[in-house]
Design a protein around this ligand. Sequence first.
Ligand SMILES: C[S@@+](CC[C@H](N)C(=O)[O-])C[C@H]1O[C@@H](n2cnc3c(N)ncnc32)[C@H](O)[C@@H]1O
Length: 279
Amino acid sequence: MESVTEPVKRAESGGGGTPGLAFDFGENWDHYSRTVLDEPRLTAAIDSLAGLIGPDRLAGASFCDVGSGSGLFTIAAGKLGVARALGFDVNPTGVEVAHRNLERFAPELAGRIAFRQGSALDAGFVGTLGRFDVVYAWGSLHHSGSMWPAIETVAPLVAPGGVFVLALYNRHWTSPIWTLIKILYNLSPGILRKLWDWGLGSLMLLATWAITRSNPLRKERGMEFWVDVTDWLGGYPYEYASVEEVRARLGALGFDLLEVRPPRVPTGCNEFILRRRAA
Ligand SMILES: C[S@@+](CC[C@H](N)C(=O)[O-])C[C@H]1O[C@@H](n2cnc3c(N)ncnc32)[C@H](O)[C@@H]1O
């Protein structure tokens, strides 16, 4: 497996969006990994990955994690027995954090797991990565700044007959309002962002409870509510898609939609399981 030996360089988040406003996901992943991530959360991530993709599809497979963030799900795939896993992210801090998490939680997997810095929009980079049985792009490509070109660029990573797992923000009438909130958040100085986190986060907590009637603090995928609030408010560039848009666009790229899991709240992420046609 490849490993990153050269120092990671800071890169642009790439693509569209308003220049200069890109959110630093790496900083949020660093905070999450230092203050929240522990063995039970890793176990929750492993369970969620197995529940979404199925342990049979993962055992012995090759796995690519596109926009790997903290590296949590690349490591989870390793724990579920993939033969090799590659996580890549445009954010250099995220890549550093992922290396740290690998060393901390799964040093025994270091020979089978690699992390690299690179962009899903960089066809030259993506073209060097090869093919994978499972490509997992959870919550990343809608933050690339050019969601559909990013999807088109990484789709060839999926081997014929392989599985493409995508999580993308659902298109909703409030989606343009979220774009505005994220722009304002990223324009705000640090202290004001804390107020946004606290104020809008509390509203989101209440709204999530009102819609789902379940405890919003009990987080899935090993995440944590207040870390997610910062990600939701700050996560820009931001795009979204309806289920039908994904079915049509991915169909044209040679994928069949096998399953869609809707979000708990209407503006959350749809989870798509797609299979690349053999021919
Ligand atoms: C919300 S996080 C999701 C992280 C991870 N997939 C997970 O499920 O926890 C989005 C990630 O996508 C990364 N990202 C954004 N644009 C990208 C691009 N063009 N190429 C690769 N990664 C990108 C961000 O740096 C960030 O780490």
